[in-house]
Design a protein around this ligand. Structure first.
Ligand SMILES: [Zn+2]
Length: 352
C-alpha cells in the first residue's frame, strides 16, 4: 500500500537540494571517467577572487557553465568542470591593510609574518564561503580537482610559461609609461584606475626666449611637473607662433634650455595653444616627445615625492612642490594668472 504524504505548500529547497547534491557527490558523478576513445569536454572555471563572497553575476556565469557541462555529461562524453579560486594577492593585501587600519596598525608595524598570517586567514575564510555558495547553487564541478592559484601545480605552470616565453625572446624589460599608485607602490592596469572629476586650477606661466626677447605662455594643471619639461609644442598651423618654431626657451624653474617645436597633436584652442611637453607624466606628451627625439625626465620618486630633478624641491610632496613652483614664477614676474579648472584625475581603484 502506498504511504500517504502531504506535499509542502511551497517548494522547500533546503529539504531537496542538499539531499540530491550529496547524492551526486557520493556517487562521484562529477568526476569523469577518462575514455581515450572519446574527446573530452572540459571547462576550467574562471577562478573567483578570494576577497569576499560571490555575487549574482557569479551565479549567472556558473549557471551557464553548469548547463553546458550537464548537457555534455548527458551526451555520455567524459566531462570535466575544474573548480578553483584565485589568490588576487594585491586585492587581499588592501583588505588586510584596511583591517589593520581599523586597529590603528600598519603593515610595517605588524611585520611580514603577521601580515601573511592575516592574509592567509582572510583567503581561507573567503575560499570556504565561496565553495559553500558554489555547492549551494548545485554547480556540478569535480571537487577532487579543486585548485587554488597559489598551489604548487598552477604556480609551476605560470613559471614554466614565463620561462618559455623568455627563452623565445618574447619577454623583455623596457621603459613604459604606467599607471602608478604611490601608496600601493605598484603599477595598475587601466581598469583599476578610477577617473574622478577634480576641482583644480589652470596655471598660466611664461617661458622666456633664450635670446631675452619676449616669451611664450603655457598653461598647466600640474606646475610641479615643469621640472620634467623637455620642450614647448605648438600646432604647425597656429599663426601666432609661426616665427617662433625652432627657437629655444628657458625653463624658469631650472634654467634648462628647451626647444619650441611644432606638432599636429597640439590643440590650438586649449589654453594659449602652446603646450609644455612633459614626456614622463602625460601619454600625449610622450608620443610627441618620441616623434621629435626629446629626452625623458621623470621628476617623481616611487612614493610620489619629488626626486633630484626637482631642484630645491627634492623630497617634497607634489603639493608642496606645486606651491614652490608657483611662488618662483610669481617672484620672477612670469606668472600670468591662475584660473579655476575642473578636470578628470585618475585615482587608484585598489585604495578607494
Ligand atoms: Zn593604491
Amino acid at each position: 500500500m502506498l504511504e500517504r504524504k502531504n506535499l509542502e505548500k511551497a517548494y522547500e529547497p533546503g529539504n531537496i537540494e542538499k539531499k540530491w547534491y550529496d547524492f551526486w557527490l557520493s556517487r562521484g558523478y562529477f568526476t569523469p571517467v577518462i575514455d581515450p576513445g572519446r574527446p573530452p569536454f572540459v571547462i576550467v572555471m574562471p577562478p573567483p577572487n578570494v576577497t569576499g563572497e560571490l555575487h549574482v553575476g557569479h551565479a549567472l556565469t556558473m549557471t551557464v557553465e553548469d548547463v553546458l557541462i550537464r548537457w555534455h555529461r548527458m551526451l555520455g562524453e567524459p566531462t570535466l568542470w575544474v573548480p578553483g579560486t584565485d589568490h588576487s594577492g594585491i586585492a587581499v593585501q588592501v583588505l588586510v591593510e584596511k583591517d589593520l587600519a581599523r586597529e590603528g596598525l600598519t603593515r610595517e608595524q605588524v611585520g611580514r609574518d603577521e601580515f601573511l598570517r592575516r592574509a592567509w586567514e582572510r583567503a581561507i575564510r573567503s575560499r570556504k564561503a565561496i565553495e559553500q555558495q558554489q555547492q549551494l547553487i548545485g554547480a556540478s564541478c569535480d571537487w577532487s580537482r579543486d585548485t587554488f592559484t597559489l598551489d604548487e601545480g598552477p604556480s609551476r605552470a605560470v613559471r614554466t610559461a614565463f620561462v618559455r616565453l623568455y627563452r623565445k625572446g618574447l619577454i623583455y624589460r623596457g621603459e613604459r609609461m604606467v599607471n602608478w599608485c604611490p601608496r600601493c607602490q605598484t603599477a595598475l592596469s587601466d581598469l583599476e584606475v578610477e577617473h574622478k572629476e577634480s576641482a583644480g586650477h589652470l596655471y598660466h606661466f611664461q617661458y622666456p626666449f633664450a635670446e631675452g626677447d619676449g616669451s611664450v605662455t603655457i598653461a598647466t594643471t600640474r606646475p610641479e611637473t615643469c621640472y620634467g619639461d623637455t620642450a614647448v609644442a605648438v600646432n604647425p598651423t597656429d599663426e601666432r607662433y609661426r616665427g617662433s618654431v625652432g627657437r629655444t626657451v628657458i625653463l624658469p624653474v631650472s634654467g634648462r634650455a628647451i626647444p619650441l617645436i611644432a606638432d599636429e597633436a597640439v590643440d590650438p584652442a586649449f589654453g594659449t595653444g602652446a603646450l609644455k611637453i612633459t614626456p614622463c607624466h602625460d601619454p600625449t606628451d610622450l608620443e610627441i616627445a618620441d616623434r621629435h627625439g626629446l629626452p625623458h625626465v621623470d621628476v617623481f620618486n616611487a612614493d610620489g615625492s619629488m626626486n633630484t630633478h626637482a631642484l630645491g624641491c627634492e623630497g617634497l610632496s607634489r603639493e608642496a612642490c606645486r606651491g614652490h613652483v608657483v611662488r618662483e614664477f610669481e617672484e620672477k614676474g612670469l606668472l600670468v594668472g591662475i584660473s579655476p579648472y575642473s578636470h578628470m584625475v585618475g585615482h587608484c581603484g585598489r585604495c578607494s
